[in-house]
Design a protein around this ligand. Structure first.
Ligand code: BTN
Length: 321
């Protein structure tokens, strides 16, 4: 185990009490000076550690919303996540996921990639995803055993439901806009991007990317977005939300794998805000106005157009009118 992690663990186990340098040195087999360097590193990460000459070090109350590799690693205890990668900065967690799958696919299953900032965060249809606030930017790699290529949209639904359920735990009532948005008062609070690789009969690999606006303050008016902070007016612990999302996501994917897809559709209907609304469907080439009347068993959107024709919308974007 890495020395900083050992020091942190010892301080955590003795939270509120001083731990002597000698004790830390004996447990880590490094010098006092080295211990001091590790303490400085932890302080830089945001831990509040008191140092007293001749006495030692004391970890006091954690500041709110600590997100770093040591904290994210804790998710392994409450989820089935096997590997965690943490980046202070990256182009996109989707790029990191792609590299992991290319280099080490056998070990990639249930890998969580977390970033604090992304320089080229992206959304569906290659739209740009602003990635600099104190938000959640994550990709989750899953190598399914029992999913068919038609299940892609249901995975997207499961991811949106997982986010909505996680937000519900902190008192936020979010809704889902087909196919990949989570909204509060019709403003976007989270988005999901699913990259799936399939052969003819099954999905081989899935990367679920999600961005959740958590502690983003002063969101420009022209962006139709909101955040947990804007709704609650307080800073929220991202790790708590992330842990809940992953737990729900894992349970919901299991439902799809166990052929209980109708339960995903039921949950989706419970939190949906798309149906029975007048919408504009935006595709690359054209725009169609109509009434979002229902979804089918695969999750495709059924649209009643103005001249009474029913269309099946498989992958375009929806705008509320
Ligand atoms: C959308 O609303 O179109 C989907 C947005 C998905 C954004 C997340 S942030 C983490 C992951 N990395 C990316 O570049 N995109 C997804």
């Amino acid at each position: 185990m890495n020395t900083t992690r050992i020091v942190l663990e010892i301080l955590y186990n003795n939270k509120g009490n001083f731990v002597s340098s000698e004790y830390l040195c004996s447990k880590t087999k490094v010098s006092r000076i080295a211990i001091w360097q590790h303490i400085k590193k932890l302080q830089k990460l945001g831990y509040i550690i008191e140092a007293k000459r001749g006495v030692g070090y004391k970890l006091t109350q954690n500041p709110h919303d600590l997100l770093n590799i040591y904290e994210v690693e804790k998710l392994k205890q409450s989820t089935t996540v096997k590997n965690i990668f943490f980046f202070e900065n990256t182009t996109s967690t989707m790029d990191e996921a792609k590299k992991i799958l290319e280099n080490n696919k056998d070990l990639a299953d249930r890998t969580l990639i977390v970033a604090l900032n992304q320089t080229q965060g992206r959304g569906r249809k290659n739209r740009h995803w602003l990635s600099f606030g104190d938000n959640i930017y994550v990709s989750y790699i899953y190598l399914p055993k029992n999913l068919s290529p038609q299940d892609g949209l249901l995975i997207m639904f499961a991811s949106c439901i997982a986010i909505v359920l996680a937000l519900k735990q902190i008192g936020i009532g979010a809704k889902i806009k087909w196919p990949n948005d989570c909204l509060v008062n019709d403003k976007k609070i989270a988005g999901v991007l699913v990259d799936a690789k399939s052969d003819i009969s099954s999905i081989e690999e899935i990367v679920i990317g999600f961005g959740v606006n958590v502690n983003w303050q002063n969101i420009p008016e022209e962006i139709n977005a909101t955040s947990v902070y804007e709704v609650t007016k307080k800073t929220t612990d991202r790790l708590f939300i992330l842990g809940k999302i992953v737990q729900y996501l894992e349970a919901l994917i299991k439902l799809i794998e166990n052929k209980q897809k109708s339960n995903i559709i039921k949950l989706w209907r419970l939190y949906d805000t798309t149906l029975n609304r007048k919408v504009e469907i935006i595709s690359d080439s054209k725009k169609i106005i109509g009434w979002a009347s229902d979804i089918d068993e695969y999750g495709f959107l059924l649209l009643e157009t103005q001249n009474g024709v029913q269309k099946i919308i498989t992958s375009d974007s929806v705008r509320f009118l």
